[in-house]
Design a binder for this molecule. Structure first.
Ligand code: IVH
Length: 721
């Protein structure tokens, strides 16, 4: 079995096998996957660690192929712990191999300032410079944020992107060219006909991670632990349309380019970064150059908290000696350069009291134990709740109600209860048990044999309905101001709202009958309900809670609907009826025309609209007079979305605008076909600066990004700029 196990992980899988897996349906496939993973993990461990295979090679290969087929058919099922997702391992065979011209190195780590200063001393010694604190003006560092993603190497020939590969084992990586081409920030062509190898990191932005996890939750699947795993899994998809759906991004930080004399074109890391940006590659503007070690320490300090506000994850800072001649003198040892080091941010941990563990019924009936904690600030936000996933997890961590617990954010995003602190127990702590009956509808709770999941089997369980309705009335949906949880619960309990359309049939008298409501507050709520009756088509689509569809996909879908049925959009009221009439006939193939929608989302959307239950939901909304407004300023043409003044542009809004709330400004940008971003980089097309604009305005000026005032912004939206 010497070679075969290496080849098996992620074997190329025949299209027929993927089709066969698809035919099983997602639920059956998920069950089969749950069987396969432990068998393969165990077989792999026995083989690798003990050299004692338990099952024959051929069988192992077959089972692994079956798992890959299932995960290719249903990419939402891929979890970080699947044996198909082993990253950093030898190439798997599913992709072609790429031998790196120069090995892709890794970095040594340091975890505090003392260790970092020790690195500086080693560098000085290596270069024959005096030890600190003596000044060493000829030694300068570049500090870059360390991106927690997947390392990639891109080859450009005469300006054209020809090949991209993962790091693999550093010497040989996987050819993921087709998948990298789906990443919008990676240019197909450089601004100069340069021949070069460029290295960097592919990552999944935090917002995208949240979107995918929300979709998984909705599908009743376990959520991904962090953006890194789901980003890596997304890049190594066999079907690149699936990668395209995941909206990955990238920063580049290394340039290998030989000048006519055979030497490098640039002489330092800072010049290399400037040249990468000039070639049109994405370079992270959040960096600092020309630093001594004290300034490096200040950079770390500055980003320790600031990093939580970035739209992507960073787990540290990479510190590099700037000058290439000095880098060459320092050299490489054990696959890590002596001229660079990674400083890792400590994951911020806090202690708090877990006051309760409450089982929640999700939209799919799954019971999830949730820790309720004394609110505590961690990694940039206040946390009071954290999912404990399932009962097994509660037992494994020995968590008891009333315990002091250690809390952190997994991958700096998701609050996680790390462990209990048994030393602080008083004896008053209690064990948590799952309820025998649904806390909402009292149906007996079910736990399938061999599964960690408890669930309420009642499809009409009000817990499911109330979550669907909360989503409908919530911010990203119809945005009915004042319809919070307590109001919603009362409306459902009293039978005043039985369908979504019923919100629009409520009278002021109905509302006045609610607890703590008076005439005035009832009138106010009625006004906000009326105001929400008209919403952009994208918002109405999002409000429906279509599986796999979040805000961005709803926008993409609305744009496509508008271009597909252009003449029907004249009367705004027509759009709800149009969706009800036309969408049920749309196929998954047609939906894949929508930019940003791949096979997985397309199938989910087509399935949703084909469902008779959906037809009655839509008929009810039409009857209730819900008005979907057509997407703004989209004039259909033969080539899809024309007349989008901001197509392909990225706009950052900063400071306060007189005529727009921040969210309205961003919505206007998206409606005009542009992308609203949160931070300024060289890829930003415009910065719109209002009152009290701060660091983003400064960065725009520094990078030479055009800055507009509010008037300029309006002209831009109108297509006049
Ligand atoms: S430099 C010899 N710069 O971190 C140079 N690496 O822990 C090696 N990484 O394998 C890489 N951000 O995947 C460099 N700004 C950055 C980075 C970075 C993330 C990753 C990279 C590397 C790993 C080492």
């Amino acid at each position: 079995m010497t070679e075969s196990a290496e080849q098996t992980v992620g074997l190329p899988v025949a299209a027929e096998a993927v089709d066969a897996a698809r035919a099983m349906g997602q639920e059956a496939a998920a069950h089969r996957q749950a069987d396969l993973i432990p068998i393969l993990v165990r077989a792999g461990e026995l083989y690798y660690q003990q050299d004692a295979p338990e099952i024959p090679d051929a069988e192992y290969d077959d089972l692994m192929r079956e798992l890959v087929a299932i995960e290719s058919a249903f990419p939402v099922l891929v979890t970080p712990d699947s044996p198909t997702q082993r990253v950093g391992a030898a190439p798997t065979g599913a992709f072609g191999e790429v031998v790196h011209g120069r090995p892709m190195l890794s970095l040594g780590n340091v975890f505090d300032e003392d260790e970092l200063r020790a690195f500086d001393q080693r560098v000085r010694r290596g270069l024959g410079l005096p030890p600190a604190p003596a000044p060493a003006p000829e030694l300068r560092y570049v500090a870059e944020l360390k991106i927690d993603g997947l390392a990639i190497s891109l080859r450009f020939e005469r300006g054209r992107f020809v090949q991209g590969a993962t790091r693999g084992d550093g010497t040989t990586g996987e050819d993921v060219t087709a998948n990298l081409k789906t990443i919008s920030v990676i240019p197909g062509r450089l601004r100069e006909p340069a021949t070069a190898v460029v290295r960097g990191e592919v990552f999944m932005p935090k917002a995208e991670f949240a979107r995918i996890n929300a979709a998984r939750e909705e599908a009743g699947l376990p959520t991904y632990a962090n953006p890194r795993n789901s980003g890596a899994g997304s890049l190594r998809q066999i079907d690149s349309r699936v990668t395209a759906e995941r909206r990955l991004s990238s920063w580049t930080y290394q340039l290998i380019e030989d000048g006519p004399d055979g030497g490098p074109v640039v002489a330092s890391q800072s010049e290399a970064l400037a040249r990468l940006a000039a070639l049109g590659l994405p370079v992270n503007p959040d960096r600092a150059e020309g630093l001594d070690i004290d300034a490096v320490c200040r950079f770390l300090e500055e980003w320790r908290e600031e990093r939580h506000g970035l739209p992507y994850e960073t787990d540290g800072v990479v510190v590099k000696v700037d000058r290439f001649d000095q880098q060459a003198r320092l050299g490489v040892v054990a696959r890590a350069p002596r001229w660079a080091i990674a400083y890792k941010f400590p994951p911020e941990q806090v202690e708090t009291v877990m006051e309760d563990i409450v089982p929640y019924v999700g939209r799919t009936g799954t019971l999830t134990p949730v820790a309720h904690m004394r609110p505590t600030k961690v990694a940039g936000s206040t946390v009071a709740r954290a999912t404990l996933h399932n009962l097994d997890e509660v037992r494994r961590k020995d968590l008891r109600i009333g315990d002091w617990v250690v809390l952190q954010k997994a991958g700096d995003v998701i609050p996680e209860v790390v462990r209990s602190i048994p030393d602080r127990r008083t004896g008053a702590e209690r064990l948590f048990e799952m309820p025998a009956t649904c806390p909402v509808c009292a149906t007996a709770i079910v736990r399938d044999e061999g599964s960690v999941r408890h669930y309420c089997p009642n499809p009409k369980c009000p817990a499911r309905l109330s979550q669907e309705f909360a989503h409908f009335a919530g911010r990203g949906g119809m945005d009915i101001e004042g319809a919070g949880w307590s109001v919603l619960e009362q409306l459902l309990e009293r039978g005043l709202v039985k369908t979504r359309g019923d919100f629009y049939r409520l009278t002021v008298d109905d509302l006045e009958s609610l607890d703590r409501f008076a005439r005035k507050s009832a009138e106010n709520l009625k006004t906000s309900i009326e105001r929400s009756r008209r919403r952009p088509l994208a918002r109405v689509l999002n409000a429906l809670g279509i599986p796999q569809v979040g805000e961005q996909t709803a926008i993409d879908l609305a744009g496509w609907i508008a271009s597909r049925w252009p003449s029907e959009g004249t009367d705004a009221g027509e759009w709800t009826a149009l969706v009800a009439r036309s969408l049920p006939g749309v196929t998954a193939e047609e939906l894949q025309e929508v930019p940003g929608i791949g096979p997985v989302v397309a199938r989910a959307v087509a399935g949703y609209f084909a469902d008779p239950e959906t037809a009655s939901v839509l008929a009810d909304l039409v009857d209730a007079g819900v008005v979907a407004e057509p997407p703004a300023r989209r004039v259909a043409s033969g080539s899809g979305f024309a007349a989008e003044p901001l197509a392909g542009k990225t706009v950052v809004v900063t400071g306060t605008l007189a005529g727009f709330e921040r969210s309205a400004a961003e919505e206007a940008i998206r409606a005009a076909g542009g992308k609203a971003a949160g931070s300024v980089s060289r890829n930003t097309s415009y910065v719109v600066a209002g009152e009290n604009a701060g660091s983003k305005l400064a960065k725009a000026t520094e990078l030479g990004v055009p800055v507009l005032d509010e008037e300029g912004f309006r002209r831009l939206l109108a297509g006049e700029a």
